[in-house]
Design a protein around this ligand. Structure first.
Ligand code: TMP
Length: 214
């Protein structure tokens, strides 16, 4: 699908610094910044439902299709209109997270998840997926530090999954990136944030020819 604007997804497991890097990149290239699940009023309501502990864990396919319902809405309300008028869009998570979490993490067949993603997004895939990868112990330390800064805020339902789930998710991300290296770039997220930001911008420039304002 070709539109004048380009869609860039920042992906990775918990505690890799995605949100910081997505915000820095959007600011540097003048893109619209959004996140998933969420990014529109209805999609944010679905996010609340998805991440709420009090309801227990939904069936894996229910979780998948709620993620996809939020995405279809987000695409229709925010992403596609922005791309159509030539704005670039940076999303903090997109289809890579669905493949990694609902496919590799929950154990749904990855090909089924891929087909469902394609249907829900009307064939829209990111022009570039940037995977921020960091060693597991550093991710754990960052998550603990974030929790300490926000006392009383408990991890969301998916974040609170057992370590083995997160190990499968992280391995899934690495597999996705190595199987589709034309769409994915893997960057070391353990460097200081300004260094990671420079690497992210370098990848966007090299792969998409988009220059930053800085
Ligand atoms: P966030 O904390 O990075 O905003 O993401 C919320 C959670 O949603 C995170 O644990 C990853 C999860 N997630 C999925 O399981 N599948 C998806 O398709 C997306 C976009 C997020």
């Amino acid at each position: 699908m070709h539109t004048p604007g380009r869609l860039i997804a920042i992906e990775g497991g918990e505690g890799v610094g995605k949100s910081t890097q997505a915000a820095l990149l959007a600011c540097t290239i003048g893109a619209v910044l959004s996140r998933e699940p969420g990014g529109s009023p209805i999609a944010e309501r679905i996010r609340d439902l998805l991440l709420d502990h009090s309801l227990g864990t939904p069936a894996p396919r229910a979780e998948l299709y709620l993620m996809l319902a939020a995405r279809a809405e987000h695409l229709s309300v925010l992403i596609e209109p922005a791309l159509a008028v030539g704005r670039h869009v940076v999303v903090d998570r997109f289809v890579g997270s669905t493949l990694a979490y609902q496919g590799y993490g929950r154990g749904l067949p990855v090909d089924e998840v891929r087909r469902a993603c394609d249907l829900a997004s009307g064939g829209r895939w990111p022009d570039l997926c940037i995977l921020l990868d960091i060693p597991r112990d550093l991710a754990e330390r960052r998550r603990a530090a974030q929790q300490a800064q926000l006392p009383g805020v408990s991890p969301d339902r998916i974040e609170a999954e057992e370590p083995e789930f997160h190990r499968r998710v992280n391995e899934g991300f690495r597999t996705l990136a190595s199987d589709d290296s034309g769409r994915w770039v893997v960057l070391d997220g353990s460097a200081p944030p300004p260094q990671v930001a420079a690497a992210v911008l370098g990848a966007v420039r090299a792969r998409l020819g988009i220059e930053g304002f800085l």
